[in-house]
Design a protein around this ligand. Sequence first.
Ligand SMILES: Cc1cc2nc3c(=O)[nH]c(=O)nc-3n(C[C@H](O)[C@H](O)[C@H](O)COP(=O)(O)OP(=O)(O)OC[C@H]3O[C@@H](n4cnc5c(N)ncnc54)[C@H](O)[C@@H]3O)c2cc1C
Length: 386
Amino acid sequence: MNFTTEHEALRKTVRDFVEKEINPYCDEWENAGEFPIHELFKKMGNLGLLGIQKPEEYGGMGLDYSYNLVAAEELGMAKCGGVPLAVGVQTDMCTPAIARFGSDELKRDFLAPAITGDMVGCIGVSEVGAGSDVAGMKTSAKKDGDDYVINGAKMWITNSPKADFMCLLANTSDDKPHKNKSLIVVPMNSPGISFSPHLNKLGMRSSETAQVFLDDVRVPQRNRIGAEGTGFMMQMLQFQEERMWGAANVIKALENCVTQTIEYCRERKTFGQPLIDNQYIHFRLAELQTEIEALRALTYQACELHVQGKDATRLASMAKLKAGRLGREVTDTCLQYWGGNGYMWENPLARAYRDVRLVSIGGGADEIMLGIICKLMGTLPGKKRD
Ligand SMILES: Cc1cc2nc3c(=O)[nH]c(=O)nc-3n(C[C@H](O)[C@H](O)[C@H](O)COP(=O)(O)OP(=O)(O)OC[C@H]3O[C@@H](n4cnc5c(N)ncnc54)[C@H](O)[C@@H]3O)c2cc1C
């Protein structure tokens, strides 16, 4: 990646924003289980940070994905994962399909206000019985006059309690599972939408997550993104940006774990010497830093392909897989060197350990990434037939 002065200026803007507007409040928001999402998003929107790679016509900066990658990486400097996750949902999970395939009307009504921070979005794909197996979801949208009438429920939906719209994947016909789905933009104030209480999560405590119930929710058919039946394909494309964002966002968070652990191990003495002087520990931290650099290189490579307009599925899946696995290794190893202090709830390593654990599960679990990579390597066995 050849970063320009523009990339570096953007990096500084995001870094300053994180230091000034997010980090001083992380502890408070983590304890509260929420943060003022509309207020914070509006501030980000004012700086252009919610539409970096979105078209200028709708208020975006019109830059390529490498700029977004820089912003995702820098958001990783936040002292909690929940707030960056909420931002990533807005920029890279619930809006890419609208930007790429949505009508002008949808872009004006939902994309433009998502870019300015006047609207908060969420993405509704997972269901209680269908997370990894997206094709098996049951939520349906049936035509009635000019509308769709939507019934079903979506599980673990980040931002949903305060969202203004949901980019919803629903079955719009009885065709085969990959051909019967459509993406529909659902205003969250529509009659028939209700929520579970906030889900009590292991980590990402400052982000709000709930189950969303849709009971005869009426939405105009013009809220469908692209052609009917192409929702699965569009969601798979949308996942590529989600996965690159997820990998990029974890890089600096992991580097912070290593840096903070080095500082701690310099201070903490056992048997008359600083912990860091144990070769086992300083070698191990050097190994982890090396792995983080490898993750960075892989993520940048995926991004470069994507920027060139080529299919980045293979490298984006590898980057997501590596981010999840390395995230678990780094946070677990570093926490160990903090000893009992690391096991305390408020400890920064303990928070990273809880937050980063999501990377191996959300947006396609590690095993789903392995399945995609195997498919592209030609080693995935076909479905057994009699
Ligand atoms: C905090 C949080 C926020 C989330 N936010 C959103 C959101 O905003 N929108 C949304 O739509 N979803 C969201 N999700 C859902 C998330 O994407 C799913 O949890 C994820 O896709 C995994 O689905 P599942 O939980 O149903 O796991 P399952 O599909 O039940 O799988 C369980 C485990 O089995 C393993 N596994 C699954 N399939 C295979 C296989 N073929 N081979 C081998 N092993 C396999 C994996 O290890 C997987 O973790 C969120 C989840 C969490 C926890």
